[in-house]
Ligand binder design. Structure first.
Ligand SMILES: [Zn+2]
Length: 229
């Protein structure tokens, strides 16, 4: 099963949690999520669309960051809600896996916090990013604190969003690389991850920041100079 399919299966399991689906003796299936109690693909499609809208609405309300694409806002919202398909979350939803341990380090259970922060491979990336940004040592915050941008005392309003963008790109790449390892057996290293994070955060911010211009060499050598914009 591919990462995308597992992701969609976890989403569908979320939606259907607590829902009873029974075979009717006469002419169809019954479930508890429509007013007439009769299951239909049309109702299911509508429900999934409504879920998509509600995810976007919550994201815009609480974690809006205009410097990143919408798909990243949605990913961050899902990470905060512990709704990305790490092994422990799949196990909770009744998906049978041979192991719930971290597929990268095998040192602990693969929870969202372990995968995105506390796994030794992720910590290596976080430390390199903190070092790049001149922020000292990475302090072990929770995933919620990190993704809400609470991890430093910097900065101007725009500077805070720039730093938050970097943090969000970090978790995005940690997750992407985790899936590449699990599903494609592609190995990655923290230095390569840092390079990808530097480039992608520069591209996304440069593309969306209006009235300002980022300089690539300054970004590489002293990104913190943009935290006071
Ligand atoms: Zn691990």
């Amino acid at each position: 099963m591919t990462g995308r399919l597992i992701h969609q299966l976890a989403e569908l399991t979320d939606i259907c949690a607590g829902t009873l689906l029974d075979v009717r003796k006469t002419d169809g299936w019954s479930w508890s999520l429509s007013s007439n109690g009769l299951f239909s693909v049309k109702d299911l499609t509508k429900l999934i669309e409504q879920q998509g809208v509600s995810i976007t609405a919550v994201t815009e309300e609480t974690h809006r960051n205009r410097l990143v694409p919408k798909k990243l806002e949605v990913f961050v919202w899902r990470a905060i809600k512990r709704r990305i398909p790490v092994r422990c979350e799949l196990d909770k939803r009744g998906i049978d896996l041979h192991s719930s341990r971290c597929p990268l380090c095998d040192d602990d259970l693969e929870t969202v916090d372990h995968s995105l922060i506390f796994c030794k491979h992720s910590m290596d990336v976080w430390n390199r990013v903190y070092n790049w940004c001149g922020l000292g040592n990475f302090s072990n915050l929770s995933i919620s604190e990190i993704l809400r941008g609470n991890s430093t005392t910097i900065m101007s309003c725009l500077g805070k969003k720039i730093w938050q963008t970097i943090e969000w790109v970090v978790v995005y790449y940690i997750w992407k690389n985790r899936n590449n390892k699990v599903f494609r057996d592609k190995s990655w290293t923290a230095p390569i991850a840092l390079s990808e994070i530097q480039l992608k955060s520069f591209e996304w911010i440069s593309h969306r920041i209006h009235g300002r211009k980022l300089d690539w060499l300054t970004w590489l050598n002293s990104p913190c100079s943009y935290f006071s914009l």
